[in-house]
Write a protein that binds this ligand. Sequence first.
Ligand code: GUN
Ligand code: ZN
Length: 446
Amino acid sequence: DATTRIAQVFSGTFAHSTPNAALEILENCMLGVDDEGKIAFIEKDPDVDSLSKIRGFDASEIIKLDKYEFLMPGMVDTHIHASQYSYTGTALDLPLLEWLNTYTFPVEAQYKDLDFANNIYTKVVRRTLKNGTTTACYFATIHTDASLLLGELADKFGQRALVGKVCMDCNSAVPHYKESPDECKAETDRFIIELLKKEYSHVKPVVTPRFAPSCSASLLSELGEIANNNNLHIQSHISENKQEVDIVKKLFQDCKSYTDVYLKHNLLTNKTVMAHGCYLTDEELKIFHERGSAISHCPNSNISICSGILNVRNVLNHKVKLGLGTDVAGGYSPSILDAIRRALDTSKVLTIQDPDHQTLTFEEAFRLATLGGSEALSLDDQIGNFVVGKDFDALRVNVCVPGGPIDLFPGEGPKVILEKFLNLGDDRNITEVYVAGRRVVPFWNT
Ligand code: GUN
Ligand code: ZN
């Protein structure tokens, strides 16, 4: 329509996923972004003169990618604890439940202090953006004001984010790091109202029961009601570690399975994403499929704290929505490129154990990091790949940056270049990051 104008035009090679193809490479293409940050057109082998006339842009302003560059969709981190970022890369020597009580709860308790929160939340938003995470699904802590601050910082730096104020009312070894059920409900209501009141374009609240062992049945019910009454996203953890699964069986004896605990409390919707799922049975995966609920695969965390191995092939065969997560700080890397590599590694471990296992391909891992993540967060109508009408969330990748981590050799085409970037690349290769058409990396204030 007449009010939207073309703000940017890129030409060159673009790589993305579609519902039918884990990898589609578009060569010699032109992509236009309108002034609302949406993709206005994608043209293959365009006649530049006529296209620029029809679409109303100046051919001299086209951003031409060179042959070592490409655009790809921004990556989606479907599970990351912003509040655990300070100790990323340390404290990986205990299994989940001991790890939570020893390292995690004592640190998270400190987010009562907003200066403490501001320092770490600023760093995690900037670090993940620089590494190409255009959308993050964040756990904060139980503290409403610090959680609101995380939302403010994501908005300020231009990251698309779901932000969760954590809810937990039992079984914490740190006595002051939990809330009463009434506080939990009141503070969750306050968090949602205050965050929505800010009217951020790309930052939304997500209802966040920590996981079943930290929540009473009545708290889980309250949270299910809040999420469903307000059509909100829901996130939690499920079947990450064997000891955890056993405890849930003891705590919720009237439930058939861990999945049944969340199902009974109306927490499995098509806007739910549950982290891990290593020990889900086929029967439970069927429930995920029926409910349209998603799993966040966090392979670095699963290996780092010796939790388990998710059989991604089996999840995909059950047609359960699936994305990748870093699970900072159970995972020691804030980069989704790392999650791609760990997902491929763990899939290969399953193939070593069972030669009939069908190993994940790099193209499939690429899709999980982009389109799959957008589906897992039910944002695939807005982001995830390059389709006219979707928001332009994208990375400009250059595999030949001076001093960078990748060497190229003659005859290597775009598919090999993408594979090398996924396996060898890092933030030095991500020269620009766009969220809804806005360039958010390099940072505006540095
Ligand atoms: N389960 C409940 N809380 C957590 C957490 O903070 N990290 C991980 N990895 N698992 C959890
Ligand atoms: Zn987690």
